[in-house]
Design a protein around this ligand. Structure first.
Ligand code: MTE
Length: 306
């Protein structure tokens, strides 16, 4: 059964008029440019005040240095192999403790939603970082629309698992599909987004097309790519890196310079694109988003709940 938002809410009901017209013009222009291909279409979005004012990394940095193990373990593998992934049509199954479960197309998910640009610091557990101008919308918007039922305490996510298009899946060391999870309050936090693009264009495949999570105060691996399933559940769900190495990667995985990874320090980071001799910078608690998110963890011992 296919369920969408269209029935109850149209674009023009929820989108500021200027933006709505603007999007129609963009779509018309995209149609006129059909010979030039969809990459020219671009996305219409608003700028979010929740952005950092740090300078973004280049598109080249962001799309050529990636972790997407379904395409291989090397940083250059995703750019090399992700082109084979079919992302249209795309459907995300939403299930578990929700009022409106179903298979939602990408259009269903974004229909009537105002896209925003969110320039976020992104800190990988491997102690490198980037600044990325994501385009997306709050995960809370989607969760509110599908209706979270009482009893749901966590959100579980799964990535596409299609071995014929994903050469990295031949590696049996990871139990596929790639999975991640958030506590419901983390998922509902305004900083947590579903991103459908970056630099004003639809999401590059190596960055998790067509839709991925971005949680800027957690290590990058929590930001799961190419999502095909979102489940509202009562119990803490299994997550890929925790399943693989529970002593190294906990469920929370908040960026925390005071809790080291067992094999390396988390106190500093190397900004990608800064060159080999660039000075390392100090890693900030919650990746610099502490004012907004520290309250989520009040009373918890973050050396135990890492
Ligand atoms: N999602 C999936 N499905 N597979 C992955 O291997 N890697 C994670 C995360 N999401 C990963 C994933 C890790 S370790 C990081 S650091 C970020 O994606 C990298 O995102 P980027 O390539 O857009 O910078």
């Amino acid at each position: 059964m296919r369920k969408g938002f269209r029935s109850d809410l149209g674009w023009s009901d929820v989108t500021p008029k200027g933006l709505w017209l603007n999007r129609r013009q963009v779509l018309a222009a995209a149609g006129a440019m059909a010979l030039g291909g969809p990459a020219l279409a671009g996305l219409t979005y608003e700028k979010s005040p929740l952005s950092t004012d740090e300078a973004p990394n280049t598109l080249e940095d962001i799309t050529s240095y990636n972790n997407f193990y379904e395409f291989g373990f090397d940083k250059t593998d995703p750019a090399r192999y992700a082109g084979a992934m079919t992302t249209d049509p795309w459907s995300v199954q939403i299930d578990g403790l929700v009022d409106k479960p179903g298979a939602y197309s990408l259009d269903d998910l974004t229909m009537g939603v105002t896209l925003e640009e969110r320039i976020y610091r992104f800190r990988c557990v491997e102690a490198w970082s980037m600044v990325v101008p994501w385009i997306g919308f709050e995960l809370a918007t989607l969760l509110n629309r599908v209706g979270v039922q009482p009893g749901a305490r966590f959100v579980a996510f799964e990535t596409l698992a299609r071995p014929e298009e994903m050469p990295g899946m031949a590696n049996p060391s990871i139990e596929w599909p790639y999975r991640e999870g958030l506590r419901l309050d983390e998922a509902m936090h305004p900083l947590t987004i579903l991103a459908t693009g970056l630099y004003g264009e639809p999401m590059p495949k190596q960055n998790g097309a067509p839709i991925r999570v971005v949680v800027p105060w957690k290590y990058g691996f929590k930001s799961i790519k190419s999502i095909v399933r979102i489940s509202l559940v009562a119990d803490m769900p299994p997550t890929t890196w925790n399943m693989l190495q529970p002593g190294e990667y906990g469920f929370y995985s908040n960026v925390n310079p005071t809790v080291d990874h067992p094999r390396w320090s988390q106190a500093s980071e190397r900004r990608i694109g800064g060159g080999l001799f660039a000075k390392r910078q100090d890693t900030l608690m919650f990746n610099g988003y502490g004012d907004q998110v520290a309250g989520l963890y009040a009373g918890m011992d973050l050396t135990k709940d890492y």
